[in-house]
Design a protein around this ligand. Structure first.
Ligand code: SAM
Ligand code: SF4
Length: 471
């Protein structure tokens, strides 16, 4: 009965953007839904939950926007340009709505939660607004619209984890999948809108997480990324055994499902990543040696204004622990914000210097974008001029590019176990896959199947990709 499509548009945070569709001819009693997802991995995972909820109620989904009865945009609010992109996209729906006035247009996710009723007032095309904790209510909201009303639910829950919903895999190559382990965030970094759009932090029950992972493995998936805004603060108390399951234990349990199942996770917070987590990573060969550890800045003054609750020295000590427990080949990536309120040239130099001290494998880099209602917007002035922000960002990107090249070159000559993920985009004669430390490797095909492991000798690299030969 499914005719599935999710168009994936990552705002550059953390995701490749595959486009996946499957079609069927069956009749969809309640109409067809088309979904576009924007932003972080959590949003992509949420669209899979939304699809599951709607299919369960008898809706179908379609890959053809012109064929849809309902168009949903799962949105991001992390930076202003993410919201502008959605506003722009909405304008392009005018023609669809004028040809087909009954088509329902809905905004889901963080932008829905941030703007609430304002979205319905400002964007006349929009019929439905649903925040990240309101997806179980979507069928009711769609019913309300059927009765001629606009519909909104932006209630934030303290308990909702969608634990019992089996996501319909949409953003997947059949080898790698995301599994949400928690929702929300309690950290209140001063620049960040997430605590306001995704609410309080809550952890999903262990059993449903492990069941989802085992099910994925049985269906042929070989890599799972456990997702949360701050995975290291995962905590779940088993009501039967009274065992407190912390993140280090959770990754151990997930790794024990099968040694051929790779476990990854994102995102770690420098204040929370413990040596227990690092030791669990060292103990299990199938927990991948790669850590995304956003730094945000290398200046202690700025880190304090950001309310990151760690210092540059603390951050560097965590890097030292990662390298001493997991070795030099553990991949480490960062997020950096350029041009936060009052950032001086010296603060910026401190950030460049942090990058030089660590030599990260990879980074996601942004200019500061003030978000209304956040502590930074209330307390500090967004006073770094746009041209200075852009210049500093470019310097950070250039340095990171150089460091990624250095790290990639260090891999040349080594033999890596690769999980084969698919055909190379550039050549049908080549496969691509990832190393344990999250580097993409392209190599000439042999007889291996997608989803299998192969050993590859690394023979060369570009700044973004390793080149290899099967051995
Ligand atoms: N929870 C994760 C953490 O703390 O590292 C990341 C969440 S956020 C979706 C991803 C990244 O967006 C952050 O690490 C930060 O670098 C960036 N970001 C968040 N708010 C921002 C803002 N107002 N302006 C620019 N970048 C921002
Ligand atoms: Fe935002 Fe900070 Fe929470 Fe990450 S940890 S989601 S940056 S408040």
């Amino acid at each position: 009965m499914q005719e599935l499509n999710i168009v994936a548009k990552s705002s550059g945070d953390n995701l490749d953007s595959p486009r996946i569709s499957t079609d069927s001819d069956e009749l969809n009693l309640l109409g067809k839904v088309y979904i576009e997802s924007y932003g972080c991995q959590m949003n992509f995972a949420d669209s899979e939950v939304v699809t599951s909820i709607l299919l369960d109620k008898g809706y179908g989904t379609t890959s053809n926007i012109h064929d849809a009865d309902t168009i949903l945009l799962n949105t991001c609010a992390i930076r202003d340009n993410a919201e502008q992109k959605i506003r722009h996209r909405l304008q392009s729906f005018k023609a669809i709505k004028s040809k087909k006035p009954k088509v329902v247009i809905g905004i889901l996710g963080c932008m829905a939660e941030r703007l609430k009723n304002q979205l319905l007032e400002e964007e006349k095309l929009v019929d439905l607004v649903a925040g990240p904790d309101a997806y179980r209510d979507l069928p009711n909201l769609l019913d309300q619209i059927e009765n001629g009303q606009k519909a909104i639910n932006v209630f934030l829950s303290k308990e909702e984890t969608y634990g019992n919903i089996a996501p319909v895999r949409l953003h997947s190559n059949g080898v790698s999948a995301f599994v949400s382990i928690m929702r929300g965030c309690d950290n209140m970094c001063s620049f960040c809108v997430v605590p306001f759009t995704r609410g309080r932090e809550r952890s999903r029950d262990l059993e449903s997480i492990l069941n989802e992972c085992s099910d994925l493995f049985n269906k042929g998936y070989r890599e799972i990324t456990l997702l949360g805004q701050n995975v290291d603060s995962y905590r779940w108390l088993n009501p039967i055994t009274n065992e407190l399951v912390t993140f280090d234990k959770l990754i151990g349990y997930a790794a024990e499902i099968n040694s051929d199942l790779r476990i990854r996770f994102s995102t770690s917070h420098p204040k929370d990543i413990t040596n227990d987590v690092l030791h669990a990573m060292a103990k299990y060969p199938n927990i991948c040696k790669n850590i995304h550890l956003p730094a945000q800045s290398g200046s202690n003054r700025i880190l304090e204004l950001m309310n990151r609750t760690y210092t540059r020295e603390w951050y560097l000590e965590r890097i030292d622990s990662i390298r001493s427990i997991l070795g030099d080949r553990c991949g480490i990536s960062h997020d950096i914000i350029a041009g936060f309120c009052s950032e001086s040239d010296q603060d910026h130099q401190d950030t460049l210097n942090l990058l030089e001290s660590v030599i990260f494998d990879f980074g996601y880099m942004f200019t500061y974008s003030e978000r209304p209602g956040t502590p930074a917007a209330k307390k500090y002035k967004d006073d770094v001029q746009p041209d200075i922000k852009a210049k500093r960002l470019q310097e950070i990107i250039d340095l990171q590019r150089k460091h990624s090249g250095i790290r990639n070159k260090q891999m040349i000559g080594s033999i890596q176990r690769i999980l084969v993920e698919g055909n190379s985009k550039k050549s049908s004669l080549h496969h691509y896959g990832k190393t344990d430390n999250y580097k993409v490797v392209v190599f000439e095909k042999g007889t291996e199947k997608i989803g299998s492991y192969v050993n590859v000798k690394i023979t060369g690299c570009t700044t973004g990709t390793l080149l290899g030969e099967l051995i």
